[in-house]
Design a protein. Structure first.
Length: 295
């Protein structure tokens, strides 16, 4: 069985998550009452038993902006206690005048590998996170992303297909930074027009050699674990980018809203099974190992 690095998972404490307390905040993955609670590393580990997941990369979960360091400290303490996670993608606010003071505070945590600030914007209000459609090339964002090179940090980029032309500009002007496209480019529906737009966006971003794509969150808009959809995403992504620029991520516990960890991994393994052992090793291990360097 091919061993796995899960390149995208979350754990949290409810008290630290603004969107898990108080009124329900609309999210792109729909109603989320079952996960409005603590989701500790122990529950994650129990859920993925016998799945050959040997390492995992934590990706930020929108703590209050002022608590960006507190989040990474919590993950560092968790790793010291349990051995998981093996790498951390934290948060830094790329809209400030100078992000370096935030990065300086984060760099003392040895598992930090990169940062994510969600910049996706959609015409559907419930799907929005960025303040405007072109925030990805806001002058402050561009200047701060450029500074990541000096810290050796990657940037997890979350965009919808109509934003990908701007995304290519950001990636292209920073050739020394690794960019990771989260959730395979945010395919919102399975109709032909939407898929064609998504495919075109992926093809555009593929021009940048410093881009990799994360095969994660594929149930986000369908609200189900759909093996047919997953297989289509794998086929398209491998055709456009090749397996050496792809990595698997579970996006747990979000996907727990509609599936189990075992069923999710089975669907991904099945989608990859028609490809070579080298391709499967790239998707489930080698790409994440190269980009995130898990301890």
């Amino acid at each position: 069985m091919q061993k796995i690095i899960d390149s995208h998972f979350h754990i949290w404490r409810q008290k630290d998550q603004p969107w898990l307390v108080g009124p329900m905040v609309p999210r792109i993955f729909g109603p989320y009452e079952p996960i409005r609670r603590d989701y500790p590393i122990e529950e994650f580990l129990e859920g993925q038993q016998d799945a050959a997941v040997e390492k995992a990369v934590y990706v930020q979960t929108n703590w209050a902006k002022r608590d960006f360091e507190k989040e990474v400290a919590f993950l560092t303490e968790t790793a010291a206690r349990t051995g998981w996670p093996h790498a951390i993608v934290g948060y830094a606010d790329m809209t400030v005048d100078d992000v370096r003071p935030q990065l300086d505070r984060l760099m003392k945590y040895p598992l930090l590998r990169g940062v994510r600030m969600q910049l996706h914007w959609h015409e559907t209000p419930a799907f929005r996170f960025a303040s405007h459609a072109r925030q990805v090339i806001d002058p402050k964002v561009r200047a701060n992303v450029r500074r990541l090179q000096d810290y050796g940090l990657s940037f997890d980029l979350q965009l919808f297909p109509p934003q990908m032309e701007d995304g290519l500009q950001l990636i292209g002007e920073n050739p020394q930074i690794d960019f990771i496209l989260t959730h395979a480019g945010m395919l919102t529906a399975s109709d032909e027009k939407t898929i064609d737009e998504w495919r075109s966006g992926l093809s555009m971003l593929a021009k940048a050699p410093n881009l990799t794509v994360k095969l994660s969150g594929l149930g986000t808009f369908e609200h189900r674990n759909d093996p047919v959809l997953i297989a289509m995403v794998y086929e398209t992504a491998i055709e456009i980018l090749g397996s050496g620029r792809l990595m698997f991520g579970s996006n747990f516990p979000i996907e727990k809203l509609w599936t189990s960890h075992a069923d999710l991994i089975t669907a991904h393994r099945t989608a990859a099974a028609t490809y070579s052992e080298v391709d499967q090793a790239n998707i489930f291990w080698c790409t994440a190992e190269r980009i995130y360097r898990p301890a």
